[in-house]
Write a protein that binds this ligand. Structure first.
Ligand SMILES: C[S@@+](CC[C@H](N)C(=O)[O-])C[C@H]1O[C@@H](n2cnc3c(N)ncnc32)[C@H](O)[C@@H]1O
Length: 256
């Protein structure tokens, strides 16, 4: 197959750019050359369900490149909305404080949320995950992006802070994963998907957090409202451009 034909295939240009270490312009100028054999091996893997992000160990999020590897959740575009919301809220709430606000990113995975917050706000950021492999990848990303984040391996979080941000596992247990290579641990949150979300909210309330910003599924609003109405808090759901619910912002009332 010549480059010309490969460029018409899904992911063709990206795979060739990576394999040949050339840019798109070079590919177009040399489109009569044959593609290397590896091209077919990679396309076959992708067709069999292996995520392209794991092949080249990179993923783009919030306009930037991050390291990723098999076994860690590949960040999704939807989460960019949560990051955007968190940065806005943090910059509004924390600029009045004399000392730095403490923001905790619970369930950090490869660290994208914590890293963007560390870049775009003037806060101290702590990131937690129960998976040592996730933390290893997140630490590497923090180094690549030159940001200072404290990483902690724990069940949810055990530090007091001002603002809690999370994209936890929130998928219903019956759901079929998009591929078998991303970990169950990153997806499933019980029968209605909200077991871990509820635990995070309770914990944030008990540890006296002021605000929590949490990603949830588009169909989970009603179930979560039932739970939130039992807690002393104010909440608002936020939506993506398509009008679908993507997350919730919770203001906890002070215990005093
Ligand atoms: C949906 S992924 C989110 C990853 C990342 N924040 C993102 O948005 O791409 C959920 C993460 O939660 C972690 N996790 C699952 N259960 C946890 C728990 N009880 N405590 C801390 N982290 C947990 C998983 O290891 C996984 O990295």
């Amino acid at each position: 197959m010549r480059i010309k034909e490969a460029l018409k295939e899904k992911n063709g240009s990206y795979i060739l750019e990576k394999l040949l270490n050339k840019d798109k312009a070079w590919l177009f100028l040399n489109d009569n050359l044959n593609v290397p054999n590896e091209y077919f091996v990679i396309q076959k893997k992708i067709k069999n369900g292996y995520p392209i992000e794991y092949i080249f160990e990179e993923v783009f999020f919030y306009g930037e490149k991050f390291y990723i590897k098999e076994g860690i959740l590949i960040p999704r575009d939807d989460t960019e909305l949560v990051v955007e919301k968190a940065i806005k809220v943090i910059n509004e709430k924390c600029k009045m404080k004399n000392e730095k606000c403490l923001v905790v990113d619970c369930c950090t995975g490869c660290g994208v949320i914590a890293i963007e917050i560390a870049k775009w706000t003037n806060t101290k950021v702590v990131a937690t995950d129960i998976s040592e492999l996730a933390l290893e990848v997140a630490r590497k990303n923090a180094k690549i992006h030159n940001v200072n984040i404290e990483f902690k391996r724990c069940d949810l979080f055990d530090v007091k802070g001002d603002i809690l941000v999370a994209n936890p596992p929130y998928v219903e247990n019956f759901w079929k994963k998009p591929n078998k290579y991303e970990p169950d641990l990153a997806f499933f949150g019980g029968v209605d998907g909200l077991d871990i979300v509820r635990k995070i909210i309770k914990k944030a309330k008990n540890l006296n957090y002021k605000i929590a910003i949490i990603e949830i599924g588009y169909n989970q609003k009603e179930n979560l409202i039932e739970f939130l109405n039992e807690i002393d808090c104010k909440y608002e759901f936020f939506k993506d451009l398509g009008g679908r619910i993507r997350g919730v912002k919770i203001n906890f009332f002070s215990k005093k």
